[in-house]
Write a protein that binds this ligand. Structure first.
Ligand SMILES: *[C@@H]1O[C@H](CO)[C@@H](O)[C@H](O)[C@H]1NC(C)=O
Ligand SMILES: *[C@@H]1O[C@H](CO)[C@@H](O)[C@H](O)[C@H]1NC(C)=O
Ligand SMILES: *[C@@H]1O[C@H](CO)[C@@H](O)[C@H](O)[C@H]1NC(C)=O
Ligand SMILES: *[C@@H]1O[C@H](CO)[C@@H](O)[C@H](O)[C@H]1NC(C)=O
Ligand SMILES: [Zn+2]
Length: 464
């Protein structure tokens, strides 16, 4: 009984644990130019002078740092001694977080569909309820699906959009969308729910073709615990909420809570922990104790393996933010080694068309390339793993708006323009993929075919 009471009190304490305030914090951008600058950034981090939005530093790659007013002088002193210049991007971080919760003014282009508008961001329960509503409204086209459970036992929910019932004689063409693998990237579920709406309601001939030609497996939030945590407790959370490696983070200069969580986009079994990932639980890119240690990444891989056996996967789009990039596999290579991806040139062509069409809409610039060239090298990511495990023709990581002015705190006014330009990209990328023959081409089959032909000719030549 006593224990029960203590437990109850403890749980209540946890439940009312304060939402982390970012009052007094600003966000500052610096660009390291030398290895000394990198050392300075490391010092800023480990001494707890500032907290980084991304905790891998590279020369000539912008870093964004949250700095508390009380630490500003120490921060400025360290920066002054380096060759870096600093620019304050967000004066009042908590103010920017609060503002992101205020719905945008309705504009004429705003839309509502089954109670959702794209003038505001929605929490996990709201998104899941909307998915149920979508499935109920379109029972013959939409099937609700739970991919698996998270660490904290939440459903990883999605919908299948299928205009053509499966038959036994043909293998369906399949596309899959993944959002919010990183919890704080709120624009990703907003974009994916927009795509769901378009696939069900658009009258545009090309969007209809994209929706109807493939069977779509769509998961707006694959990291439900982390996403929920960004609403209840810490807006800037990236990882999942695994408690397995809870430890003191004093040496890393961050709160101990940082060790609760694993970067799911470093946890896949794709050259795991080889580059651009951390073995420090206090880091934002902690890859986990082993590849696929996390229930969320295992759920995705099991699901993808099953789809790949049932049909022919054409698209895997992993949505992230921010930086405006179409990233091509594989993320640990650059230079000549990009050809490690067998159809690299085709994927490049497809993504470049996407970027061109994004630009046509609102002059938003997206860059295209492998991660090591356009961002930084990474390992253990979902889209690289999918590419390698399934030989899917088009697996891309798409970093949505913006270029870092607001970063994760993208204002709600930008949800619709962001979604419209991405929809244009998906359509033109599909046209390109089709014209390259990927709807009918099957890599494995043609290899088997050529093998059969070779064997056949060898036998024939022996006979004659
Ligand atoms: C994060 O990963 C850990 C390790 O498996 C897992 O126990 C935990 O449930 C995950 N957290 C979330 C929020 O998914
Ligand atoms: C498809 O195959 C399954 C199992 O082999 C069978 O039960 C089912 O009746 C078939 N469906 C059609 C439409 O032929
Ligand atoms: C994390 O936890 C696992 C299992 O408890 C352990 O095997 C592993 O060594 C830990 N990793 C780190 C970096 O602390
Ligand atoms: C691709 O898969 C093979 C076979 O599992 C593995 O040996 C190889 O390391 C993987 N490559 C990448 C880039 O993940
Ligand atoms: Zn991300």
């Amino acid at each position: 009984m006593y224990f029960r009471v203590v437990f109850a009190v403890l749980s209540i304490t946890v439940a009312i644990a304060a939402k982390r305030s970012y009052k007094g914090y600003s966000v500052i951008k610096v660009t390291p130019k030398t290895s000394d600058d990198i050392a300075t950034l490391d010092e800023i981090r480990t001494k707890g002078v500032g907290e980084f939005w991304d905790d891998q530093f590279y020369i000539n790659y912008e870093a964004r740092i949250m700095v508390l007013k009380d630490n500003r002088k120490r921060f400025n002193d360290l920066i002054e001694k380096s060759s870096m210049e600093s620019e304050e991007l967000i004066k009042d971080l908590q103010g920017a977080i609060d503002e992101q919760m205020i719905p945008a003014q309705r504009s004429s282009s705003s839309e509502t569909f089954l109670g959702m508008t794209w003038n505001q961001y929605y929490n996990l329960d709201e998104i899941n309820q909307w998915l149920d509503e979508v499935a109920k409204t379109y029972p013959t086209i939409v099937t609700p699906i739970v991919m698996g459970k998270s660490f904290e036992d939440r459903d990883i929910k999605g919908v299948i959009i299928r205009y053509r019932p499966r038959t036994n004689s043909t293998r369906p063409l399949i596309g899959m969308l993944e959002g919010a693998l990183h919890a704080r990237e709120w624009i990703t579920p907003a974009t994916i729910t927009w795509i769901v709406k378009e696939f069900l309601t658009s009258r545009d001939r090309e969007i209809r073709a994209l929706a109807e030609n493939l069977e779509w497996h769509i998961f707006p939030v694959v990291n439900p615990d982390g996403y929920n945590y960004t609403f209840t407790t810490n807006r800037m959370w990236r990882k999942n909420r695994s408690t397995r490696n809870f430890t003191s983070c004093a040496a890393s200069g961050v709160a101990d809570d940082m060790s609760n969580g694993i970067d799911l986009n470093r946890n896949f079994d794709s050259v795991w922990m080889s580059i651009g990932a951390s073995d420090n639980p206090c880091s934002n890119t902690f890859a986990g104790p082993v590849a696929f240690s996390e229930p969320e990444s295992r759920a995705i891989s099991t699901y993808v393996d099953r789809l790949n056996a049932e049909g022919r996967m054409i698209y895997y789009y992993s949505f992230h933010s921010y930086t405006q990039l179409f990233i091509i596999p594989f993320s640990h290579v650059s230079g000549q080694d990009v050809l490690l991806a067998e159809n690299y040139a085709d994927m490049y062509e497809i993504a470049i068309r996407g970027a061109e069409h994004v630009f046509r809409k609102y002059s938003t610039t997206y860059r295209v390339g492998v991660s090591a060239d356009v961002l930084y090298p990474m390992s253990g990511t979902s889209f690289d793993w999918v590419k390698n495990a399934t030989n899917i023709p088009v697996s891309l990581l798409i970093e949505l708006r913006d270029l870092g002015q607001y970063g994760f705190l993208l204002p709600p006014e930008q949800i619709i323009p962001n979604s419209l330009e991405i929809m244009d990209a998906l359509v033109v990328m599909d046209n390109t993929t089709r014209s390259l023959g990927y709807y009918s081409y099957s890599g494995t089959n043609s290899i088997v075919c050529s093998f059969v032909i070779v064997v056949f000719s060898v036998i024939m030549s022996l006979l004659y």
